[in-house]
Design a protein around this ligand. Sequence first.
Ligand code: ATP
Ligand code: MG
Length: 443
Amino acid sequence: MKKTGTEKPIAPKIIPRPAHNVSRDDISKSALKVLYRLHNSGYQAFLVGGCVRDALLGLHPKDFDVATNATPDQIRALFENCRLIGRRFRLAHVRFGREIIETATFRAAAIHEADDVAHDTEGRILRDNVYGTIEEDVWRRDFTCNALYYNIADFSIWDYTDGVADVEGRRLVLIGDADLRLREDPVRMLRAVRFAAKLGFTIDPTVVQSMHKHAGLISNVPAARLFDEFLKMFETGFAERTFDLLCEHKLFAELFPATDEEMNRDPAFMKFVRAALQSTDARVAANKPVAPMFLLGVFFWAPTVRLAAIRGREEQLSESQAISLASYELMQQQQRRISIPKRFTIPMREMLALQPRFETRHGKRGRSFLEHKRFRAAYDFMLLQSEVGLVDKEVADFWTTVQTQSADARAKSFEIGGPGSGAGKKRKRRRRRNKGGPAAGSS
Ligand code: ATP
Ligand code: MG
């Protein structure tokens, strides 16, 4: 059956509790409280979206979205710990300690008509703020696997779109006409890739076809929306697979044009990017914190180095100043695509501008670098470069060793200076291994 999003609502397939594996043990206590209170107050209350999908897959969902026919004001009346957010469409956030249960009133899908004022000329949704019923709510969701509703009244799952079959078949199928749905919200292309990477699902061929037609529409998405999406794509444990899929579907170039250009030019840089993606995924897998500025720094390293070489010559800047200026210019350009908050771009630019300092392995200046507040990040960045052959191993080893040395031994190390440290004679500048590109870490 073709689901266009405009046809009359149909009855859901109802999968009773014994016929599915979503158990209340998979659901957070807080989400259950919200569901039960709504239900006991006479409202419909369902879990919906990623949590139902993930629970069906036997994964352990972390956040829970609730959908109900209660209006935001009715929800607020039931929960003291509730805040209404959003101007265009009001959502209730019910808070339990650090956990927030997003509770949304069913809303109707955007209407697709010739003189429709809710879409712009590309078909993007401008307005979808009409409350509706569950039969309407389902059609505005993106993928069939994300449109499953778990009913707290009897623990059944309501399935209007054959979502359960698609979860079982591990397929990402857009609800309705793929062209239309991607045009009205191009972020769905990134979501397709993200879910494919995370869940190992196959993107439905009709969706792939439309993605290839509409990849360019990503540039119309407000930059502010894409930073969140960037974090979900790259900082949640599946960065490398997401990256591969983004490249395969020509979406990476839409998000990071400067990075893409440099990767195509320079296989060594591509290797560096991949190493960073792998190390980010490994950190997430080990429950270690990840700093988005690190991966961003990697993405912008080669473009920065290239531009810094030009600016350094033009404006007689030190290597570090040239990197700082070049990374600033590149960030200005990048903000038009993805708006990256200053709290990430500032430390990122510092980390990049510190790279030349690893060349000084001698004297007080060398020693004081260890005390710099960004030393650790800069060191990790340099170490990763050395792992892919962009920085000499001896240099990396020197900085690894001095960090663990006693004060005396360390003083001695900086007295002697590391390999090519500039102690005594002026050292020859290290060049990046690739041809054509500007020297990494040199002016
Ligand atoms: P995860 O939480 O793992 O990222 P999710 O599917 O829960 O996945 P959310 O962004 O939390 O994703 O969105 C919750 C639900 O809202 C989705 O499952 C989907 O039904 C709907 N949704 C979210 N974004 C869109 C969109 N851009 N277009 C249509 N529906 C969407
Ligand atoms: Mg979610």
